[in-house]
Write a protein that binds this ligand. Structure first.
Ligand code: GLA
Length: 714
């Protein structure tokens, strides 16, 4: 397919908009009568002439199909409004003085701006009967088929506030087709990012988080196909939301209509976000992608977009880390951590992360959160002696913190109980013995920044694991009832503000986003962190499913994976060390086991595999990922190929041996067909053979695994 630079056009005469990305086009037109933009096309490239034709033919079709009881634009709206002849769920719902909710608007103007590598189209609408401006933004990139959309509203009244009940980032319309199969990610704690597929029925399908964080239970992403797409073929429409708080995705369909997916932040039913006179409110970005070549190509496009346009340092290679959590739990002290650090360095680890337990009066999860002073019973000389030694061992130093939290048993809570979310006169509900700090309060956000800034200024720290271990509840701020409706949004922007300010002041510090594992995995937090902790579940078999789902949207470069001890704490499963390594080597490798308990053979094996990982990490972290089969059935693999197709690494797994069968050949992908590749073991085979016949791994028994490397010969 031809690749071309991105372009946006808007024809003010016909109202036709056309967004061109390198391999796709997206078209709509602004309806004549009511200025509602109507979606017409999303798919492989079309011309401006085609887009103009679609505007006329769609308008004619919608008019011809019109009948009583049905709206003229049924589910074709680019951004459905509350009011008028629109009967579905609205993307924008604003309550004006006098309890009027209907927004009727007119297109005031459009604007096209270009920066190197990207172009933006903004359609400015003005409410006809009230003083409100709404801007629909579209952005396209020269190097990606992802389209970014977001919305800005401004209350133009000098005197009167309005209440925003719903403000989605976008409505994504996928074409009318016999089936609308939705692929999405579900889960729970220790079982995040489980891939699910379900047909959309006529009616509504809702995925959301009502927990204040992105959540373990659903991830803000979907893909819709007609039920026939595979990894390698088929048309797939997908979208995500760059937001780390409560969110909602609502797919709505009526008989014979397209699927229209509203995607945005917010916390349904909680109360409106008041917009004061003159105030401007901007939604997070929702990004959408059409892929003509199945789920594999879809993931490649998302990964490339994330590395180029979302991650702050997408081009960087992540170090092999050691984390103390599963080894020592809360039982941390200088001598114990030093002993682990020496062993970690000897294995080849490059970053040593001291997890929970180093601060306040924290000896279990009942106390200490909020008291970010070093516990001198455990670290008598502060953290410096440990940090110095870690550095002397050639590793970076990382620290765990949970800045949005407080235990009632802490100096912070005793001094400032009013800093937590609570309702007047009611006992707040603790979870894991902790309460959420109200980061919507500027003074609290400032305090958090001050504490972390002091910590990072006083200590030579290279990495922060930012955790968040409970959802919101009792989400009130009794002294400011006027701010009640915006707490859920302001908390997230408060967190973003603190991390952004820390990054500016401490540019050498990398951040890991963690929320009891994968409770805060999304493009919003990805834009200001360096990697995710996808799950507290480190059992290698469970991890394969979690990593499989995760990889549909999120790049391998962000997926932190540890090798831990057996039996796994979560399910008591025992699997071989090599299999554990091979699963963790499929992402950003880390070690989380108690190295004191490792035998000499295990240590030797670990040293060998860490060294091997360092040889392939540029392929794994920055190559193109191909999912060769799914975990759990017969042998399956994940394959990584460098952009120039010269190197590939394949991790093959067999979870369970069936009878005496040997694994069937596994067809590789993404190689140069004419190229000659040398494989681990010495065989030289053509890319064509490797892709059309495959490799036949020699795996015997349960939890067998192997790493095969391929190198293109000149
Ligand atoms: C959360 C994290 C773990 C660990 C603990 C510490 O559960 O996900 O990795 O840091 O907190 O309390």
């Amino acid at each position: 397919m031809r690749a071309r630079p991105a372009a946006v056009t808007y024809d003010a005469g016909t109202g036709v908009l056309l967004l061109d990305t390198p391999r796709t086009s997206y078209a709509a037109y602004v309806g004549r009568a009511d200025d509602i933009p109507i979606h017409t096309y999303w798919g492989p490239p079309i011309t401006a002439e085609d887009a103009a034709h679609l505007a006329t033919s769609t308008a004619e079709r919608l008019a011809a199909e019109w009948e009583c009881f049905r709206s003229p634009a049924n589910r074709h709206e680019e951004y459905p409004l509350d009011g008028g002849l629109q009967f579905g769920r609205a993307a924008l719902s604003v309550e004006f003085p006098g309890s009027v909710r209907a927004v009727e608007w007119r297109l005031a103007r459009h604007e096209i701006t270009a920066e190197p590598g990207r172009q933006e189209l903004t359609l400015w609408f003005e409410a006809r009967h009230q003083e409100l401006t709404v801007a629909l933004h579209y952005r396209v990139h020269d190097d990606s088929d992802v389209i970014d959309r977001w919305v800005v509203v401004r209350n133009d009244s000098a005197t009167e506030a309005v209440d925003v009940h719903r403000l989605d980032s976008a409505a994504w319309v996928t074409p009318e087709q016999p089936r609308h199969r939705m692929t999405h990610l579900t889960g729970r704690w220790a079982a995040e990012t489980q891939l699910r597929r379900t047909d959309l029925a006529d009616g509504h399908f809702v995925l959301e988080s009502r927990r204040g964080i992105t959540s373990h239970h659903a991830n803000p992403w979907f893909a819709i196909d007609d039920g026939t797409a595979t990894e390698e073929s088929g048309r797939v429409y997908s979208a995500t939301l760059h937001w780390s708080g409560s969110w909602r995705l609502l797919a709505q369909r009526e008989l014979d209509e397209p699927a229209q997916v509203l995607f945005g932040w917010g916390h349904e039913g909680f109360g409106p976000r008041r917009l004061e006179p003159g105030e401007v409110l901007q939604t997070p970005v929702s990004s959408g992608l059409f892929s003509a070549d199945g789920f594999g190509a879809m993931s490649h496009a998302w990964h490339e977009y994330a590395l180029r346009h979302v991650l702050p340092n997408g081009g960087e290679q992540r170090p092999v880390l050691f984390n103390s959590w599963e080894a020592t739990g809360f039982d941390v002290d200088e001598a114990g951590q030093l002993a682990l650090a020496r062993k970690a360095a000897d294995l080849g680890c490059e970053l040593f992360v001291l997890d929970d337990g180093w601060f306040g009066r924290r000896s279990d999860d009942r106390a200490g959160l909020g008291d970010w002073w070093v516990n001198t019973d455990r670290f008598p000389g502060g953290l410096k002696p440990l940090i110095d030694e870690v550095h002397a061992l050639g590793m970076g130093f990382g620290l765990w913190i949970e800045p949005e939290m407080v235990n009632p048993d802490s100096d912070l809570y005793r001094a400032h109980p009013e800093w937590t979310y609570h309702h007047a006169g009611r006992e707040p509900h603790t979870m894991r013995h902790q309460l959420v700090l109200n980061l919507a309060r500027p003074d609290v956000a400032e305090w958090v920044f001050g504490e972390l800034d002091a910590l990072l200024s006083a200590n030579d720290i290279q990495f922060v694991k930012w955790d968040m271990n409970r959802p919101f509840a009792d989400t009130g701020w009794p002294e400011r009832p006027d701010r009640q409706g915006r707490l859920w949004l302001d908390h997230v922007t408060g967190v973003y503000g603190v991390i952004d300010a820390l990054r500016r002041k401490h540019p050498g510090v990398a951040f890991e986003a963690c929320s009891g594992g994968g409770g805060r995995v999304d493009f919003g937090i990805m834009a200001r962190t360096d990697q995710f902790w996808p799950s507290d579940n480190t059992d290698a078999l469970d991890r394969r499913y979690i990593q499989h789902g995760f990889s549909h949207l999120y790049p391998v470069r962000t997926m932190s994976c540890w090798v831990t001890d057996v039996p796994a704490f979560i399910n008591k499963r025992r699997v071989p060390l090599t299999y554990r390594f091979h699963v963790a080597m499929a992402g950003v490798l880390g070690i989380g086991g108690d190295l004191n308990a490792w035998t000499a053979e295990e240590t030797e094996e670990a040293r060998r595999l860490i060294a091997q990982y360092k040889e392939i990490r540029h392929i794994v972290q920055h190559g193109r990922l191909h999912r060769l089969g799914e975990p759990g059935r017969s042998a399956s693999a994940v394959q990584y190929v460098t952009a120039d197709l010269s190197e590939s690494a394949v991790l093959v797994y067999q979870e369970a041996q069936q009878y005496d069968s040997a694994p069937a050949p596994i067809r590789l992908r993404g190689l140069a067909p004419e190229g000659r590749y040398r494989l681990t073991g010495g065989a030289v085979l053509s890319g064509a053979l490797l892709m059309n016949h495959g490799i036949t791994p020699r795996l015997t028994g349960d939890y067998a695994s192997t790493l095969i490397r391929l190198e293109l010969l000149a």
